[in-house]
Write a protein that binds this ligand. Structure first.
Ligand code: HEM
Ligand SMILES: *[C@@H]1O[C@H](CO)[C@@H](O)[C@H](O)[C@H]1NC(C)=O
Ligand SMILES: CC(=O)N[C@H]1CO[C@H](CO)[C@@H](O)[C@@H]1O
Length: 319
């Protein structure tokens, strides 16, 4: 009896492992051109708009941190029913129309075969390589989720301490090292002034952990409490090599030139400072570490096998 019971327990324990079969080249038989199609469309977009790398990286992160990497972030609200996109932190996630363009081409080549969750993953991978980041193979076979709820959105905030942020990453099975690595994605892209003004002297709240030249320069773009710039302008997260996927982000935060508080915290907190210095000194180790960490992020809560569905339109559930 005890033996039967423990066999059942072992079986139940192994079940999710046996079925979580993402693998490199998942579409090599069912849609051999899938990865080439994704790469071509991402390349076209990148040629016109280098900022797409940042858009996709953030989309991938927000997708994976809410219900797992299941493309729940892509669902449009419909008939009064809200979706993830509408949650506060969502705002400004961008690149949705690129995903639509890729999906359209894939539906033409191989209908109902390639998931929207894999499209986000592959497009992110390709855009990172184009911006100068690591080139890596990434496992596929994700399926698209059937739920998208704004109340599920609970991504870390820009003023989090390192240990607060770590709580959120640990809950997803990611380590401190992986978190510091993944935040290196802030080597590309923008933030809106509204996430930074709480640190600026022009808004009456000088943050001593910010370099004073950066404080003045951000003040010129973002305005002041008496005259805030209109339409919430954007500023680069990496103020030096803003479009290049490199380790310069870590050098910038060591120079007190982190734009978001969470970014500066990484350099100033004893928990993470050593990891930051290591990456600042060695671009190769950051590249390697980033490839490993983003592949791991891409496995969070994935749906495989018969779970979920392959959406026809990334913005809507099939039914
Ligand atoms: C503690 C964790 C994190 C926090 C608090 C955070 C916060 C933020 C905030 C506030 C912005 C600015 C958004 C805007 O104004 O439009 C931003 C942008 C961005 N984040 Fe993060 N982030 C975190 C982790 C990550 C991770 C893990 C990735 C990817 C692996 C990532 C990639 C990006 C990118 C690429 C941008 C620029 C987006 C663009 O240019 O559109 N972030 N992040
Ligand atoms: C900008 O980055 C380059 C390397 O990518 C570095 O040599 C230079 O010192 C940096 N400049 C500033 C002002 O941080
Ligand atoms: C693109 C999108 O749907 N943005 C929404 C993000 O969340 C805010 C606040 O809930 C909405 O006002 C935006 O429309």
């Amino acid at each position: 009896m005890v033996k039967l019971f423990s066999s059942i327990l072992i079986f139940l324990f192994l079940l999710p492992l046996a079925f979580s079969d993402l693998r490199v080249g998942f579409y090599s038989k069912s849609c051999p051109s899938a990865e080439t199609i994704v790469r071509r469309i991402v390349q076209n977009r990148f040629n016109r708009d280098r900022s797409i790398t940042a858009g996709l990286l953030r989309m991938h992160f927000h997708d994976c941190f809410v219900r797992g990497c299941d493309a729940s972030i892509l669902i449009d609200p419909k008939g009064g029913k809200a979706s993830e996109k509408q949650a506060g932190p969502n705002a400004s996630v961008r690149g949705y129309e690129l995903i639509d363009e890729i999906k359209k081409a894939l539906e033409k080549a191989c209908p109902l075969t390639v998931s929207c969750a894999d499209i986000i993953t592959l497009a992110t991978r390709d855009s990172v390589a184009l911006a100068g980041g690591p080139k890596y193979t990434v496992p596929t076979g994700r399926r698209d989720g059937l739920v998208s709820n704004p109340n599920d959105v609970n991504v870390p905030g820009p003023t989090f301490s390192v240990s607060q942020a770590l709580q959120s990453f640990s809950a997803k099975g990611l380590t401190l090292n992986e978190m510091v690595t993944l935040l290196g994605a802030h080597t590309v892209g923008f933030t809106h002034c509204s996430f930074v003004q709480g640190r600026l002297s022009s808004f009456g709240s000088r943050d001593a952990s910010m370099d004073s030249a950066l404080d003045s320069s951000l003040g010129r773009t973002c305005g002041s409490s008496s005259r805030p710039a209109r339409n919430d302008p954007r500023v680069f997260l990496d103020q030096n090599t803003s479009f290049v996927f490199d380790n310069e982000f870590y050098n910038q935060i060591l120079k007190k030139r982190g734009v978001l508080k969470i970014d500066q915290n990484l350099a100033d907190d004893a928990l993470s400072r050593g990891i930051v210095s290591g990456f600042a000194a060695n671009d190769g180790s950051f590249m390697q570490s980033f490839a490993n960490a983003i592949i791991k992020m891409g496995r969070i809560g994935v749906l495989v096998d018969n779970a979920g569905e392959i959406r026809k339109n990334c913005r809507a559930f099939n039914q």
